[in-house]
Design a protein. Sequence first.
Length: 352
Amino acid sequence: MHHYTLQQKSFLLLLALVTIGFGWILAPFAGAVFWGVVLAILFAPLNRWLLRKTNNKPNLAAFLTLLSIVVMVILPLSLVAVSLVDQAASIYEMVRSGDLSVGTYFKKIMAALPQWAVNLLERFDLSTLSKLQQKMTEGASQVSQTVARQAIHVGSYTVDLMVSMCIMLYLLYFLLRDGQALAARIKGAVPLSRKYKQRLFNNFTAVTRATVKGNILVAIAQGALGGLIFWFLDVQAPVLWAVVMAFLSLLPAVGAALVWAPVAIYFLATGSIWEGVVLSAFGVVVIGLVDNILRPILVGKDTKMPDYVVLLSTVGGMALFGLNGFVIGPVVAALFIAAWDLFASASEFHTD
């Protein structure tokens, strides 16, 4: 059994303390650092291709890659954010002025319920039917106003967002330029044999790239399709609902249906039959197939994880880490599987 000297123990303690301290310093910009690393991994192939095309000029290749990220990712997101805030402000103003009454919608649905549904509610308590309607109306109004108000408040965080964006882009440039050397130094510092380190790092890179690429492509596809059908059916604020569906689609299996399904039910309950049928068919056949077909291909195939593990790790990661969790969850799950697979197959970890 190996015994550490006092000097070695002191150095390990110092190493742990300065690592924790450095992490504490970076904590306020954890999101910017995290997405800088993720984008560097995602666009590393493009950076390597540009490096070859520029005759091995790392500064120029990193700059061109960063410019491509700004054009392909940052600018489209900024345009969508502007439209989102504008439509959210319009919805909030309509709710506040009474032009858009959530309570009216609920009353129409309650009035359109068939007799068997009314009888089912009466079995619980006839006198609570109006109270239930009142609570649902008040709750829905509060939720809608809160969502709209929070969307409006995005503008008040412009300075913080800009600072984080600048830090992310600044860090991203150096990660693109020096990423391979930095990855090599990290690999060298990990106290494992070369083959195990290579396997774990390859797994980490593949899962991160597949998770971000797959989930974001699925989210964009479902959000765009949902916004398109909402625009076609003349639903108010289609961009707002498209963004909401895109975010919800990060949750596998349920996702965008949390938005389009209630709208379809409302159409059917209020007599807009063809709108309800079209939206239901489009949601199940088109939007649903995007999730059922593309997600396993883009996420599960590259990560080599079962669909249920991808689902549980994504939902659990988002519950713990928010939006960042849709990447962190599957990455941790993949490293968990890879580490235990290495442990099970490595003879040096076992004794007869």
